[in-house]
Design a protein around this ligand. Structure first.
Ligand code: GLA
Length: 729
């Protein structure tokens, strides 16, 4: 039983294999947070004995006890407006204009299995793999009830959180904040790592000390964004890949979010994460319920590596779904960087035929196949094939590609419309814009109002029509701008503060319908690369195009940052042509391949333009990838160096039984007159012997991990390493 309760003291303990979480309903019914960390086996209430702190007031019932303050105690789901002056997790405006909520304990329930969340993606598990704790809270004055849900996957050291807010009062209220969770911590965690960036440069790691006041990682772009990822790590100064305590949190949500950390007056830490309260104002009618998105947390007492392993396994086995969840992903070739908008069916078929000879499994026709779409100024929304370019139609083209022994995939960008399109001319009211104001354009395009049911119905019919019209095995679902100008004529209550969340709910509804009606189609997410790379999207699309930057050097950093939470199988990664289209840099085909193998692998170049030597090399690359695809996607992943801090970017995949290891990576800059690079391996069995393919010698696991191996001598910039290591039997 991972969840136990002591009804007398009000203590709840959630135990996973290697972590423990404690909360307590105290004698005033205040739900306090006691502990999240290693297993301690007893109540940690003794750490909470506060003196009177000036200007931190006291709840009325505390009488003369000036030490009992909501402003100092670690709380489980702090409310706004009642004397806790730190960031709150929930706040509401009542019909009389007041904005206080005072949620007190009102019971609990424990059940087998993992809860689901209506309309939102959530971690799932078999009945006997998980347990659910629900804590009921109530604001007596307003009859607002909140259920805090905890999903426990003990074997994975994962605890999930969400809240359901219910208005059982007689008047309507407005929620102005509805976070997924709050985590109040002592000051043991003095640093945080977040993942920031921009288009073509996503999820770069930044480790910063926590400073007094509030620090935030967030998005109000309508998507989870390139700029900040909805994931972060709290850690101590001394935490490394392999040692020290850290807590990772991941929001399973693809829209506006915020993760706010307050380092308060008493040097305690409060982390509140969920839908961004900026641009959020949700009318909760009498009788209505609001479901927050899911947050996923894990604690590691052995550094970031273990934390990543917990998240990788959870995302692969308890977030991703469908046929491709654990099965082998096809090696694909995508037409974008090879042709952009400039192609016809002859060009496509020539490329596809050549790609088939190179051992590539699937041809993906990217942007430009539909409507009037010869550049990015027109055509979005007109999802019918452009027969001037594709004379055979999608059906004819897909059949021809199939005849080469390849599958066929297609790019779409359903949420968008170009003003120069039939769709826009027929339905200008479907594009998001504020009445009497000109909308902001992004990449010339406008955003469709998918909060509207008629728009979603139209998109469902159009996309399912495409999928039925041809032999399509894959869809790349793109989204190429940030959203603003929030206004929907269909929102009856005119509370546009509901629209960003309703947009995400609409997206999820559409994806749920399509992915369940077309279970054999592999959906890959994309938003100008990795602008919506989050666990919400991974619930529908088991892989996401990681970045529009295909430069192998840049990719090692982007993929390094991505790997802290997201498994390698979820990272769409391709070998592209040189000089690279984003950076102008030229890197060898071998190094480009090694960087791209760190993901769901493919190519993004014109195979017809390759030399014979390059083609021969690609044939060996696809063979090699297919041989180690199982190890790369199912094995444990180890970051061996930090590419932000080193001239080496090295990583390693280790099979579950520790019998096969693949070490890959690159040295960025050539170094003259120096020793060979040495690297210590990780995750091996120290009692086993291993053969290192580089020199065919036998080493003990202990020697490889404690002392390491010397890497072959590097020559030239961006020199790639690839070493197979196998158990010597
Ligand atoms: C986005 C994607 C690219 C490509 C283009 C097409 O930028 O990330 O991979 O599909 O759109 O317009």
């Amino acid at each position: 039983m991972p969840v136990t309760v002591n009804e007398r003291s009000g203590l709840f303990r959630i135990e996973t294999d290697n972590s423990e979480y404690q909360l307590m309903a105290d004698s005033y019914g205040v739900l306090r947070h006691l502990w999240y960390g290693e297993r301690v086996g007893m109540s940690m209430e003794h750490l909470q004995d506060y003196p009177d702190i000036g200007f931190s007031g006291n709840i009325y019932e505390a009488g003369n006890d000036r030490g009992y303050s909501l402003d100092t105690l670690p709380l489980e789901y702090p409310c706004g407006g009642i004397g806790d002056f730190r960031i709150n997790a929930v706040s509401a405006v009542h019909s009389d204009g007041s904005f206080a909520l005072d949620l007190r304990y009102d019971g609990y329930s424990i059940s087998g299995g993992k809860y689901i969340i209506e309309g939102l993606p959530a971690v799932y598990a078999d009945y006997d793999e998980a347990e659910t704790l629900e804590i009921f809270l109530k604001d007596t004055a307003s009859d607002v009830f909140v259920t805090l849900k905890y999903g426990v996957l003990p074997k994975l050291d994962i605890i999930t959180r969400c809240a359901v807010i219910e208005n059982r009062g007689s008047s309507d209220i407005f929620l102005t904040n509805a976070a997924s969770f709050c985590l109040d911590m002592p000051s043991d965690y003095s640093e945080w790592i977040h993942f920031h960036g921009r288009h073509t440069c996503e999820r770069l790691t930044e480790r910063r000390p926590l400073l007094h006041g509030i620090q935030e990682s967030s998005s109000i772009r309508g998507t989870s964004s390139h700029q900040q990822n909805p994931s972060l790590i709290l850690c101590g100064k001394d935490c490394t890949e392999t040692s020290g305590s850290c807590i990772g949190v991941l929001l399973m949500y693809s829209g506006n979010f915020s993760a706010r950390i307050e380092y308060d007056q008493l040097e305690q830490i409060r982390l509140v994460m969920g839908i961004n309260s900026e641009l959020f104002r949700w009318e909760l009618k009498s009788g209505g319920r609001f479901f927050t998105p899911e947050a996923v947390m894990s604690y590691s007492g052995a550094g970031f590596e273990l934390l990543s392993h917990n998240f990788h396994k959870t995302i692969r086995e308890h977030v991703c779904r469908g046929k491709y969840k654990l099965s082998e992903r096809p090696v694909l070739i995508n037409s974008w960087e090879a042709a952009y908008f400039d192609f016809d069916d002859n060009k496509i078929l020539t490329a596809a035929k050549e790609a088939a000879r190179l051992g590539i499994d699937m041809f993906v026709l990217d942007d430009g196949w539909f409507g009037k779409r010869n550049d990015d100024r027109s055509g979005l929304g007109d999802w019918y094939v452009n027969t001037e370019k594709i004379r055979y139609g999608l059906d004819g083209l897909s059949k021809k590609i199939k005849s080469f022994g390849m599958d066929f995939g297609l790019w779409i960008e359903p949420e968008m419309v170009s003003e120069d399109s039939w769709l826009y001319r027929s339905h200008p009211e479907w594009a998001i814009a504020v009445p009497n104001r000109k909308p902001t354009r992004g990449r010339y395009q406008l955003v469709l109002d998918i909060t509207r049911e008629d728009v979603r119905e139209y998109l469902y019919n159009v996309i399912s029509g495409i999928l039925k019209s041809a032999e399509i095995s894959y869809i790349k679902w793109d989204m190429n701008r940030s959203v603003c100008d929030w206004y929907s004529a269909c929102l009856e209550n005119k509370s546009m503060g509901e629209m960003p969340h309703r947009y995400v709910l609409g997206l999820y509804e559409l994806l749920e319908r399509l992915t369940s009606d077309f279970p054999d189609v592999l959906f890959e997410g994309c938003s100008g690369g990795g602008g919506r790379f989050d666990a919400g999207m991974l619930y529908y699309c088991p892989q996401i195009w990681c970045s529009d930057d295909t430069d192998a050097f840049e990719r090692t950093k982007i993929q390094y940052g991505t790997s802290f939470f997201y498994p390698v199988s979820s990272i769409g990664s391709h070998v592209s042509a040189v000089p690279n289209h984003q950076t102008g840099r030229s890197i060898s085909l071998k190094s480009r391949c090694i960087a791209a193998m760190h993901g769901s692998f493919g190519y993004e170049l014109d195979p017809a333009a390759l030399s014979d030597a390059e083609k021969a090399e690609i044939i060996t690359q696809t063979e090699r990838f297919k041989k180690c695809r199982g190890l790369i996607h199912n094995g444990k992943y180890y970051r061996l160096t930090d590419p932000f801090d080193s001239n080496l970017s090295l990583w390693e995949y280790v099979s579950e039984d520790k019998s096969e290891i693949l070490l890959q990576g690159m040295q960025f800059r050539a170094v003259p007159n120096f020793t060979k690079n040495k690297i210590k391996l990780r995750g091996l069995d120290e009692n086993k012997n291993y053969i290192v393919a580089a020199d065919e010698k036998i080493y003990s696991g202990k020697a490889l991990m404690s002392g390491g191996i010397l890497l072959p001598e590097a020559s030239g910039d961006f020199f790639a390493y690839e070493i197979f290591i196998a158990e010597a039997k």
